[in-house]
Structure formats: C-alpha cells, structure tokens
Ligand binder design. Structure first.
Ligand SMILES: O=C(O)C(=O)C[C@H](O)[C@H](O)COP(=O)(O)O
Length: 214
C-alpha cells in the first residue's frame, strides 16, 4: 500500500487487512511514527491508535502524514464528537468498544469504515439492522471468547468480527480459525515496556510473529 489516504480507494473491509490489528496506546507523540514503521516492517500495515491519551489525535495525524503505507485507524471512540475528531486527524477507520444509536450515527456520518463494539447477540443484531456487518467483539475473552463466536456463527451468519480484549499470540489462532472472524485485535504487539524503552526492533519481531498467524 503506497498510495496516500487521499488517493486510496474506499476500504471495503477493515477485517481483511491484517490477521492481527495492533491496538496501540501512545503516551509520547514522538513514539507514534517509529511504532508504525516497526509494525509495517514486521508485516502488519495497520494500526488502531486508541484515543486514550491526550496526544492520540496528534499521533494519528503524525502517522497519516509520515507513514502513508500503514492503514491508521482510531480506537476507543466512545463519544460522537470523537468520531469526527479522529476523521479530521486523518484516521481511515474507526473502532468503538460499544455501540449506541448516537455513536453508530456519528461514525457512519464520517464516511469512514468502522467497527462498532458488541458483546451480545442482540447488540450484533442491532448493528446488523443499521446495515453494518463488520464489528468488534469486546471484551472478547471476558465475554465468552472463541467459544461464544463459534456458537453464534450459524445463527448470526451475517456478522463478521474482530474480537479484542485479553487475546494473546497463544489464543489468537483459535479465533482466527472461525468463519466469522476476520482479524483479532490486541495490544500485545506494543507492550508499554518496549514502547517506553524505544525498542522498535522488538516490536517489529512481535509484529512479524503476529503477521504469520494466518
Ligand atoms: O480501547 C478500545 O477501544 C477497546 O475497546 C479496548 C481495547 O481494544 C482493548 O483493551 C485491547 O485489549 P488488550 O489486547 O487486552 O489490551
């Protein structure tokens, strides 16, 4: 992927870009670009930058400007206003831990692809009723894990998921084997200790291992 966000065709599916979506917390804006470069070098050209720190929007903007080969998205969208802020910063997809009607409308209003968070069948059905078929399953491990997603694959075949929350390199394959899972999300690729110490090579190695999971 070498085109700029402006020239890129609309992304049809967030779930099919990488097998593991790196969920990243950035405390220092200057860490954002090296993290993105390490993920790309390891074979994971996508990043979900969580809006959990004051520098998150600036971090998204920096990645969008300096690492155009990565698909940068915004995670932890919990208010309607954050959807527009993330889009304005340069995010190319949005992820929320939950889904209210207002939040769904705000994310849809940006024109970007988005993954609303669901953890029950009724929530998944409510999202499907809005025409959205791709969603996050959060918190995955605490909400029933791969066994839950396996159980709903037949009764709710239209929904495809990115399970996130408590997943590790060891447990990711059990999710990725399911027909209704496109990718899994996880923060294990960018542990705080490696980010704080600037160990980009170690993050690249973790990314390479994750990229090989499928
Ligand atoms: O921030 C969000 O939007 C969330 O929904 C939560 C994150 O996706 C998970 O906290 C990541 O889970 P871990 O891999 O267990 O760290």
């Amino acid at each position: 992927m070498s085109s700029t966000p402006e020239s890129s065709p609309a992304l049809s599916s967030v779930l099919d870009v990488v097998p593991v979506m790196p969920v990243v917390v950035v405390k220092r804006v200057e860490d954002a670009v090296p993290i993105a470069r390490a993920l790309v070098a390891g074979g994971l050209p996508a990043i979900e930058l969580t809006l959990r720190t004051p520098v998150a929007l600036d971090a998204i903007a920096a990645i969008a400007a300096e690492v155009p080969e990565i698909l940068v998205g915004a995670g932890t969208i919990v208010t309607p206003g954050q959807a527009k802020e993330a889009a304005d910063a340069g995010a190319r997809f949005l992820v929320s831990p939950g889904a209210t009607p207002t939040l769904l409308a705000a994310m849809a209003g940006t024109g970007l692809p988005f993954l609303p968070g669901t953890s029950t069948v009724s929530e998944a059905l409510a999202v499907l009723e809005t025409g959205v078929t791709e969603m996050k399953f959060f918190p995955a491990e605490a909400s029933g894990g791969a066994a839950y997603l396996s159980s709903i694959a037949s009764p709710v075949p239209a929904a495809r998921f990115c399970p996130t929350g408590g997943i590790t390199a060891a447990t990711a394959p059990s999710y990725l084997a399911l027909p209704n899972v496109g990718c899994v999300g996880g923060s294990w690729l960018t542990p705080a200790a490696l980010v704080d110490s600037g160990d980009w090579a170690a993050i690249e190695t973790l990314a390479r291992e994750a990229a090989a999971l499928r």
